[in-house]
Design a protein around this ligand. Structure first.
Ligand SMILES: [Zn+2]
Length: 452
């Protein structure tokens, strides 16, 4: 890895097209230097330079481990999934782990079953997470490890997570190795920071170990399931399930309520006692309404503390609630790629409320701040793909870029130091050739593709 630019050294990235304006960036040590400073010149040949991209919703260890696991993404039938499972290498760890199947993508009469999975896996305990991670397909050998009841081999929501975490999850060492290996892959996508969501799955420990070893080249804003400032930056809780699992909580009935407004209010109060903001997962229109109810009920407590709360996903919102988002100042942490990849599914399951689905344009027009994320490993950890998908959702490129730069910086309370390339800011930036990442810098250090 390239060393950081020494504190007394100045490098001028010249002949650049800097977003939103300018033709050079001065880097002095780990920070952006004065605009007119002289130094060692690197000619970028007209390449574009943008602030470092921050993925505001990523399950980094899950994504990192997923790069080493069986992929069932894109399977169109049960037998196609079974073929891939049967062909999978016997894992070095004792469990066969995989991810990515989605029963909605399979013919109506084909469902994951215990018998079908047993037939191709035998004695190897097998745990296969669905595309969105909210459903788990297991075999008989896996079920022998736990006391879960799953006659059909399928566990959902909390039961799925509890089973996976207790029996099938990777060891801390496997997780640490996977996270370390994945850092260069993230930087190759222009990622300089993440808002991680795996606070309950070993992320704080893995990132802390890498930081202590001087190996952490990524800025991390970490969720935790309980208020714990020593381990995390914000608290993450859940109002409902997902579109794909048909567990998103809907106005007029349907879905699964994992937490109501009172539960969220209690979570906000206990987080506020530790001066931590809350991120709440809310997908259905009723879940979004109840999330706003919870934030509204506690506003007198958190507003004076300046806590910057957010709703994760915000996929289906009644028109009345869009104005409430703006009035409360709640950030919508959204994944543009979901809107494009879930289009068919939403058209089917939310046919009666499609006008409320993925209302990113309406949120922006109402003055709501959008933060952009991938939800990797559900989608690729690729902010540029997110920016392209945002265009399909009616956003300008500037708006999409802000959601991956200025908005996450604001959520971290770091808007004075990051999210833009002004003198005094951290030297986090990405050099782009068209739609390709040529180089990525974090804190004055090239972490991908140093140009010269
Ligand atoms: Zn997620």
């Amino acid at each position: 890895m390239e060393r950081a630019i020494a504190a007394d050294r100045t490098v001028v990235l010249a002949n650049a097209r800097v977003w939103p304006a300018g033709d050079r960036v001065v880097v002095r040590g780990g920070a952006i230097g004065p605009e007119d400073a002289d130094g060692e010149v690197v000619d970028l040949g007209g390449a574009r330079v943008v602030p470092g991209l921050v993925d505001a919703h990523v399950h980094f260890p899950s994504w990192a481990l997923g790069r080493r696991e069986l992929s069932l993404f894109g399977t169109r039938t049960l037998s196609e999934a079974l073929e891939r499972i049967e062909a999978a290498e016997t894992p070095a760890s004792d469990w066969l782990r995989g991810r990515g199947w989605r029963e909605e993508d399979w013919p109506e009469d084909e469902r994951p079953t215990l018998a079908a999975l047993d037939a191709v896996t035998g004695e190897v305990p097998t745990a296969l997470r669905a595309h969105d991670g909210h459903t788990l397909w297991v075999n008989s050998a896996a079920l022998q490890h736990g006391d879960a009841e799953a006659d059909d081999g399928v566990l959902r929501e909390q039961e799925a997570w509890d089973f996976f975490d207790a029996f099938a999850a990777a060891s801390p060492q496997e997780t640490l190795d996977a996270v370390r290996d994945a850092l260069p892959a993230a930087h190759a996508m222009g990622v300089t920071g993440v808002h991680d969501k795996d606070g309950g799955r070993g992320a704080p420990e893995a990132f802390a170990a890498l930081r202590a070893a001087g190996e952490l080249t990524l800025r991390v804003w970490q969720s935790v399931p309980e208020p714990d400032p020593a381990r995390g930056s914000y608290v993450k809780v859940f109002m409902d399930g997902t579109l794909g699992s048909r567990t998103a909580l809907l106005l007029g009935g349907g879905g699964m309520r994992l937490m109501g407004p009172d539960g969220l209010a209690a979570a906000v109060r206990s987080a506020a006692a530790e001066r931590m903001p809350v991120a709440v997962h809310a997908i259905g229109d009723l879940a979004n309404r109840e999330a706003l109810d919870g934030f509204a009920a506690t506003e007198a407590l958190w507003r004076p503390l300046g806590l910057r709360h957010r709703v994760e996903h915000a996929q289906c919102i009644h028109a009345d609630d869009i104005a409430r988002y703006a009035a409360l100042g709640i950030t919508a942490s959204v994944q543009y790629s979901h809107a494009t990849s879930d289009r068919e599914l939403a058209a089917r399951l939310w046919a009666d409320r499609l006008d409320r689905a993925y209302p990113y344009r309406q949120l922006l027009d109402a003055g709501v701040r959008l933060a952009g994320g991938s939800d990797a490993p559900v989608e690729e950890l690729d902010p540029l793909a997110g920016i392209r998908a945002a265009a399909e959702c009616g956003l300008t490129e500037d708006e999409a870029l802000k959601s991956f730069t200025a908005a996450p910086a604001w959520l971290e309370g770091a808007e004075d130091r990051r999210g833009r390339l002004s003198p005094g800011c951290d030297a986090d930036l990405v050099v782009l050739d068209g739609d390709r990442v040529r180089a990525t810098m974090v804190g004055g250090r090239w972490v991908h593709g140093a140009p010269r």
